[in-house]
Write a protein that binds this ligand. Structure first.
Ligand code: NDP
Length: 257
C-alpha cells in the first residue's frame, strides 16, 4: 500500500474505462461527486438513490460531459429486500453484462438523541438503510463481482463508527457494523484475490447530512465532496489492486483536481 501522500493522487484519465460501477446515494452530496468522478474517468455508472430528479440531473451531467453510459435506478433503500436486489442484479446483467465496483455511500443520519430517547422505529430505519441494505445489495451483486477480474467494494464509515459518542445512536452503531461487514467480506474474498473490499471515512464534508448534524457550523469552513475524489478513485480503480480489508481516511490521497 502506498504511504500517505501530501501530493494529489493523479489517476489516469481512463482509469475506470470499460468498468461498471454501482453508486448508492448518487443523487446528492458525496455520492453525486463520486458518480461524476467515476464517469469522468470512464466508468459506466449505475446511479441508485431515492430522489429521481436528483439522479436524472446527475445522469444529464454525465451524458453531457462524457462518452459513458449511465443508468438511473430510483430506489429507496428503506425498502431494500432480497427480491428488489435480485431485480437490480438482473437489470445490471442485462444492461451491461458485468459489474466491477460498488460504492456503498447512501446513509441516513437519523435523530441526534440519547439511546434512552431513541425511537425504536427510527433505529430500525437507520440500521436498515445503512447496514442491512449494504449487505442485501452486496450479496445480490456477488455473482457479477466474482466474474470481474478486478472488482472493488467500498463501504463508507465515519469517525463515530470508530469511537461511539453520545447522541449519535443508530448512525454510529451502523457504521461500526459496516466495518464488521467490510472485514468479514474482505477475509472471505482475500484468497481468490479478484474482489477487494475496503472502507473509507470522508471526514467532515460540506453536504446536507453534515449540515443536519451540525446546524450551527459554517459549511464554507468544510471541504466540498470533490476534494476527496482522489481517494474514491484510488479505491475503485486498478491502482488499489491487492489492497483489501483496510480503512482509509479522507486525506490519504487528496483531490486529483
Ligand atoms: P447526503 O445526505 O448529502 O447524501 C446522501 C445520499 O444518500 C443522498 O443522495 C440521499 O438521497 C441518499 N439516501 C439517503 N437515504 C437513502 C435511502 N433510503 N435510499 C436511497 N438513497 C438514500 O450525505 P453525505 O453525502 O454527507 O454522506 C454520504 C456518506 O458519507 C454517508 O454514508 C455518510 O454517513 C458518510 N459520511 C459523511 C460525512 C460528512 O461530513 N458529510 C462524514 C463521515 C461520513 P436524497 O438525495 O434523496 O436525500
Amino acid at each position: 500500500m502506498p504511504e500517505k501522500a501530501d501530493r494529489a493522487y493523479s489517476p489516469r484519465a481512463d482509469l475506470l474505462a470499460g468498468r461498471v460501477v454501482l453508486v448508492t446515494g448518487a443523487g446528492d452530496g458525496i455520492g453525486r461527486a463520486a458518480a461524476l468522478a467515476y464517469a469522468e474517468h470512464g466508468a459506466d455508472v449505475v446511479l441508485l438513490g431515492r430522489t429521481e430528479h436528483k439522479l436524472e440531473a446527475v445522469f444529464d451531467l454525465i451524458e453531457a460531459s462524457t462518452e459513458t453510459r449511465p443508468v438511473v435506478v430510483p430506489a429507496d433503500l428503506l425498502h431494500a429486500s432480497e427480491d428488489a436486489a435480485t431485480i437490480l442484479y438482473h437489470a445490471i446483467r442485462r444492461e451491461y453484462g458485468r459489474l466491477d465496483g460498488v460504492l456503498h455511500n447512501a446513509g441516513l443520519l437519523g435523530p441526534r438523541t440519547s439511546i434512552a430517547e431513541y425511537a425504536v422505529s427510527d433505529w430500525l430505519e437507520v440500521m436498515h438503510v445503512n447496514v442491512n441494505a449494504a449487505f442485501i445489495v452486496t450479496r445480490a451483486m456477488m455473482p457479477l463481482l466474482e466474474e470481474s477480474d478486478d472488482a472493488s467494494v467500498v463501504f463508507t464509515f465515519s469517525g463515530v463508527g470508530r469511537r461511539g459518542r453520545a447522541h449519535w445512536g443508530a448512525y454510529a452503531v451502523s457504521k461500526f457494523a459496516l466495518e464488521g461487514l467490510m472485514e468479514v467480506l474482505a477475509d472471505e474474498t482475500a484468497r481468490a484475490g479478484r474482489i477487494r473490499v475496503n472502507s473509507l471515512n470522508p471526514g467532515a464534508t460540506r453536504t446536507a447530512m453534515r449540515a443536519a448534524a451540525y446546524p450551527h457550523e459554517d459549511p464554507e469552513t468544510l471541504p466540498p465532496p470533490e476534494d476527496h475524489m482522489g481517494l474514491y478513485l484510488y479505491l475503485m480503480g486498478p491502482d488499489s489492486k491487492g489492497v483489501t480489508g483496510q480503512r482509509f481516511d479522507a486525506g490519504f490521497w487528496s483531490s486529483p483536481h
